[in-house]
Design a binder for this molecule. Structure first.
Ligand code: MN
Ligand code: MG
Length: 652
């Protein structure tokens, strides 16, 4: 790819003034600048669009990342473009293709169509490529105009790793022409090898059991890289759909980027999977990486965020070395498509690249139709008007879906057979969001965009393993939602305004009462202020008082499981399962598989009765429509609340 440069090193004829990268300016006759571009974890985000919220957004979209590509290519004498996997699943466009339109042989997957329009040089498979089964995967990737490689997914294992039959080719050797600093062109052989976390076997067991067998990432690299060298690869790039984790290699590790970089012969490690950014503050202080130098285990490496948020750049200054090339120096950058201001405002840094939008315009429109129409039915209304005072259908459905999912995921593991509880909190529950800020989906049709209403955040599912004592204290922490109530007094204010509703976890699978006459055990931040209090009464499992020693699984989300809200038993150390799937995806899958859902709350918790005592509770005025459905609490209208809220009185 020859470029016409003027004497200052700027591109002639380009609409914008584009500064050449210093490596391109500086390269001598025996040197060449090679720029490696990475996208990763696109998750079908082609359009800058949030299909759940049904609105345009500036933080996602390959169409946005793509508009960086032209400039980025123009800044470098030589460049290649790779994708690091997780392209087929992760938003409603992906679900639309998988659940509705289908992916028969010969059909084209829109994300592949979009990638084809950009001239990718190669890609690898991410773990999410396996979510819809192998046939879907193979039919999708067969439309790719670029090689897709993965070295550690065997369809038939051989005696040694290199004798495996693999699902897709383990590696490819790209033959490219590069231009050196003197303007001479040379052939270069760039070896590209791909890896996926072997955990695909746990995450997609139902699709993969008996069909594929994953290998350890580092072992696969050690086996194949010498072979690539023998076949003439001069530079080797690892497309590692794997995160930056521990320095030490352990067999079967999920986040293997650092030990992988240590495999002799690998020159560059492109990473992903964790949905973080490298280089950048996400990895400040992480052992084994250098955020300043942009190295992972001593080799240049990058992680380009997710959903198209960044373009990852690894710039290599190559030097002629006999017949081949070696990396003399490197620079690494993750270039964003938007900027977040201190006030959390979002400023786009690029516009969409039209050809990418056009390539999937039809599927975009079909996805819009899909999210707006029914995909299932609910035989009870889904609303959150009473989520803070009684067991509630909007929380119940989340809880049910999480439990359904975790049951499948823990089958066949050492945790199988432990009772599975599920914790969920109301997200849209009035408060500062105002009197309309509630979930309110009537009985009947459920559309995908309703799911966003049920689950606001792109959390991922987690399972923690805790004791009965921790279950109780988890609920004590939740019960900080309420003010202390004086028995025998009327019209006391129920809710503690400073306590966010997303920290009011209801735990399903146990039954309990909340005794408001006692003070809260924890303050707002989660510090113990009343160690001897006992708000949670009659906590029972299967009709018997809970055994404080007994072990339970709680299905929850990554925020809670890693210490969000400082819940007892949820400090990160109790996690036994980390799902790659978002809670939202799990709810969609649950609804699609069930057809009709029955979200009626099971009234597994209520307030402890208190003679002659009433409390006041403000909620959205539309709550009046559902007053007769509320179970486990005596509630009646009590006029208007402030700022458009409606007031209700609860007799305890
Ligand atoms: Mn991903
Ligand atoms: Mg319940």
């Amino acid at each position: 790819m020859a470029l016409i440069l003027n004497r200052r090193g700027f591109l002639a004829g380009s609409s914008a003034m584009i500064a050449l990268h210093p490596f391109s300016v500086r390269a001598q006759g025996n040197q060449a600048h090679l720029r490696i571009m990475e996208t990763t974890d696109i998750h079908v985000h082609v359009y800058p669009y949030d299909y759940y919220a049904d609105k345009q957004i500036d933080t996602v979209g390959l169409a946005r990342t793509a508009s960086l590509i032209e400039d980025i290519r123009a800044e470098a004498t030589n460049s290649v473009l790779f994708d690091n996997g997780d392209f087929l699943q992760g938003n409603p466009m992906g679900d639309y293709i998988a659940y509705e339109r289908g992916m028969p042989e010969g059909a084209m997957h829109p994300v592949i169509e979009a990638m084809n329009s950009l001239g990718f040089d190669a890609s690898t498979l991410g773990n999410h490529e396996f979510n819809y089964g192998l046939e879907f995967l193979m039919n999708s990737v067969s439309g790719a105009a670029f090689p897709i490689v993965s070295a550690n997914v065997a369809t038939k294992t051989g005696e040694t790793i290199t004798e495996d039959e693999t699902l897709v080719p383990p590696y490819t050797i790209l033959e490219r022409e590069i231009t050196d600093g003197a303007g001479e062109t040379h052939q270069i052989k760039i070896g590209v090898i791909g890896f996926v976390p072997p955990q695909i076997m746990n995450w997609d067991r139902k699709h993969l059991e008996g069909k594929v067998e994953p290998r350890d990432i580092v072992r696969a690299a050690e086996a194949y890289v010498p072979k690539m060298k023998e076949e003439g690869a001069q530079i080797i790039v690892a497309l590692a759909h794997s995160g930056i984790g521990p320095v030490e290699h352990t067999e079967g590790m999920e986040n293997a980027a650092i030990p992988l970089a240590g495999v002799e012969g690998i020159d560059v490690v492109l990473t992903g999977h964790s949905h973080l950014v490298f280089p950048g503050p996400d990895y400040e202080g992480h052992e084994g990486v250098d955020v300043e130098a942009g190295t992972i285990g001593g080799k240049p490496g990058v992680m380009a965020g997710f959903w198209g948020s960044h373009m990852g750049l690894v710039d290599l200054m190559l030097e002629r070395d006999g017949e081949g090339w070696r990396v003399a120096s490197s620079e690494v950058e993750a270039r964003p498509i938007y900027e977040r201001g201190e006030d959390r405002s979002i400023t786009p840094l690029v516009e969409s690249f039209e050809p990418v939008l056009e390539s999937v315009a039809e599927e975009h429109q079909e996805t819009l139709d899909y999210v707006r129409r029914a995909v299932g039915k609910t035989d009870a209304p889904l609303h959150s008007y009473f989520a803070l005072v009684a067991d509630d259908p909007s929380v119940q459905i989340v809880s049910n879906a999480q439990r359904w999912y975790i049951e499948q995921m823990l089958a066949g593991t050492e945790h199988e057979g432990l009772p599975i509880l599920s914790a969920a909190a109301p997200f849209k529950a009035g408060g500062r969001g105002g009197p309309e800020y509630y979930t309110d989906v009537p009985e009947g049709d459920v559309a995908i965009k309703n799911v966003a209403d049920l689950y606001l955040y792109p959390n991922t599912v987690r399972a923690v393993r805790v004791t009965g004592a921790e279950v109780k204290n988890w609920l004590e922490r939740s019960a900080g939602m309420f003010n202390q109530v004086e028995p025998g007094q009327e019209d006391q204010v129920l809710l503690n305004d400073a306590f966010p509703s997303y920290n009011f976890d209801v735990i399903d699978g146990v039954t309990y009462e909340i005794d408001l006459s006692e003070p809260a055990m924890f303050d707002r931040e989660g510090a113990v202020v009343n160690p001897d209090t006992n708000r949670i009464k009659n906590l029972q499992f299967e009709g018997q008082p809970i055994d404080p020693e007994q072990e339970f699984i709680i299905a929850t989300n990554n925020y809670r499981a890693t210490g969000g809200g400082s819940f007892p038993g949820a400090d990160g150390s109790t996690i036994v399962f980390e799902a790659p799937d978002t809670n939202r995806d799990v709810i969609v899958r649950y609804i699609v598989e069930q057809g009709t859902i029955s979200p009626s709350a099971d009234a597994n918790w209520h307030f402890t009765p208190m003679d002659g005592t009433t409390v006041l509770f403000d909620t959205g005025p539309a709550a009046a429509n559902y007053l007769n459905d509320v179970r486990g609490v005596q509630i009646a209208p009590a006029g208007d609340g402030p700022e458009g809220f409606a007031r209700f009185v609860i007799r305890l």
